[in-house]
Design a binder for this molecule. Sequence first.
Ligand code: C5J
Length: 224
Amino acid sequence: MRKTMDIPAEPYAFALNLRQCALLIIDMQRDFLEPGGFGEMLGNDVSQLRRTIEPNRRLLAAWRAARLLAMHTREGHRPDLVDLPPAKKIRGRSATCIGDAGPMGRILVRGEPGHDIISELYPASGEPVIDKPGKGAFWATDLHAILQHRGIKQLVVTGVTTEVCVNTTVREANDRGYDCLVLEDCVGSYFPEFQATGLKMIKAQGGIFGWVSNSDAVIEALAA
Ligand code: C5J
């Protein structure tokens, strides 16, 4: 397999370097994606996120077949909630908030069923899982250290939600010197207008935060 390959992308082709890239799948957790989970309990349309499952599944299979590094993140908190900022706990003034009993166990608490990753994209043995207390995957985690130790300089980013944890992570990565390629069919938002704008904000101004492409482009390049 060639070491570098040009992936058609916006605002221009992304030079994927197979020796320095990792796939980062953000927060594909049951509570966000599954019918009956916390996301749906809040009134969100989970089908907007569920359309990303199949492209992510195909991408992850191709990525694993190419023996490249895949990583997963989960948003959530310690069971005693000592890492939950009070401001995050009360934000939204919802009757049910983080740490409370939800439809799939305590909401966004590590170890609870709803906090876990959906079965379709379950991490394989050896794939690092980053438990993050915030929206960005770099804040208060060892993600940057793990990437540095492996010589990773590029991230292919997928997951949910586009305007929240995906965008925050891409911005954090950009400030730390990583090039990010975001795959539009593999990222999702409960809100179609935020999906569109979240992607536009990444690729605007010559790729101010990164590049945008799709899973077929990456899968085809890996197969070539
Ligand atoms: C994520 C959220 N994962 N929307 N969380 O985006 O609160």
